[in-house]
Design a binder for this molecule. Structure first.
Ligand SMILES: NC(=O)c1ccc[n+]([C@@H]2O[C@H](COP(=O)([O-])OP(=O)(O)OC[C@H]3O[C@@H](n4cnc5c(N)ncnc54)[C@H](O)[C@@H]3O)[C@@H](O)[C@H]2O)c1
Length: 310
């Protein structure tokens, strides 16, 4: 098993520590902040206990957490690390500063992934000696429950690095996808953005309210999406497969796409959405609802693990 250095012990860093430790790796977790370092192991352990309770992990949480060490010394975290997952705050300046240090401390074959939500690796790795081994490994929060990770190379990242990273994530139980070259928002947020843009347009123009938009997804489209994507969906939705589907419905979708001019999200629309959401869920009930969501998500992932994809 490899040694994994996790840089930044916030929300995402702690979740990554859990992913790699439960896969059997030794994990060294680093943060500059004393409070983050002090609280990290308890927060990771609490997550592992929940995962254990619903069968997402079979090893006892005490055994898994024993593989995780925390430190405020970057040198110590990076010593003999085979793989680095960086999770510091989301600014170019912070990434530039930490990458200059990581590049000096990393061994020649060490891979360095950034969890960045939206900064391309080219914005903070261009001048590094080891820039060929740097790339984005973007998780969906929290990676300890949601397995998808988007691998996005910078123009100078070598294909062998992406292949090695893909294997490491897959062995740890994640589901890597490879974005062939840098694009703003990567894949997942572009797909989400397309859906939100259309949903906002439909509400703003008075065709539907936001509560019914949610039903259209959770009780309609989204039911299939948790076990098959839109490509497989349309392949199965016409007798002759995807070509047949495109022949039947392509003109309809082309018309719809032509109507979809970009719009700013106006204050009036945001106010309406806020009122509609508050009617569904008072603000003081959001934390309880978020805990309910996390539990449902873990139950769904456990169900997917047990169900056959064949
Ligand atoms: N929160 C999400 O939903 C989410 C999802 C996907 C990706 N990400 C990305 O993950 C990264 C971390 O986000 P987060 O939500 O965990 O943030 P966070 O604020 O919870 O944690 C960031 C941690 O980094 C530490 N830090 C800041 N500068 C540092 C430095 N120079 N050296 C060491 N530690 C440093 C902070 O002390 C903090 O503990 C960001 O790049 C973010 O875009 C976040």
């Amino acid at each position: 098993m490899e040694k994994i250095a996790i840089i930044g012990a916030g929300l995402i860093g702690c979740a990554w520590a859990s992913v790699f430790a439960r896969a059997g790796h030794t994990v060294a977790l680093y943060d500059i902040d004393a409070d983050a370092v002090a609280g990290a192991r308890d927060s990771i352990k609490a997550g592992l206990v929940k995962q254990h309770a619903i069968g997402l992990i079979t090893e006892h949480p005490d055994i898994v957490i024993a593989r995780v060490s925390v430190t405020r010394s970057l040198e110590e975290a990076m010593r003999d690390a085979d793989f680095v997952q960086e999770n510091v705050r989301e600014t170019v300046a912070a990434k530039l500063e930490i990458y200059a240090r990581l590049d000096k401390l990393a061994g020649a074959d060490t891979l360095i992934a950034s969890s960045t939500s939206g900064i391309p690796a080219s914005a903070f790795t261009e001048n590094l000696t080891g820039r060929h081994r740097c790339f984005v490994g973007h998780p969906i929060n929290p990676p300890s429950v949601v397995p998808l990770v988007e691998l996005v190379p910078a123009p100078w990242t070598t294909p062998a690095v992406i292949e090695r990273a893909r294997a490491i994530y897959a062995r740890a139980g994640q589901v890597p996808i490879v974005v062939n070259r840098e694009i703003q928002g990567f894949i997942v947020n572009r797909l989400q953005g397309a859906l939100l843009a259309e949903a906002f347009r439909l509400v703003e123009d008075g065709y539907v309210n936001s509560n019914d938009i949610d039903k259209a997804v959770k009780d309609g489209l989204g039911l299939r999406w948790s076990f098959m994507g839109p490509m497989e969906t349309i392949d199965l939705n016409a007798p002759g497969g995807i070509r047949d589907y495109c022949g039947r419905y392509g003109p309809l979708y082309y018309d719809i796409a032509q109507q979809a001019t970009p719009r700013q999200w106006s204050d009036a629309l945001i106010g309406q959405l806020e009122q509609e959401r508050l009617a569904q869920l008072p603000a003081d009930q959001r934390p309880a609802r978020a805990a309910w969501r996390d539990q449902r998500l873990m139950d769904l992932v456990a169900h997917k693990r047990n169900a056959s994809d064949e």
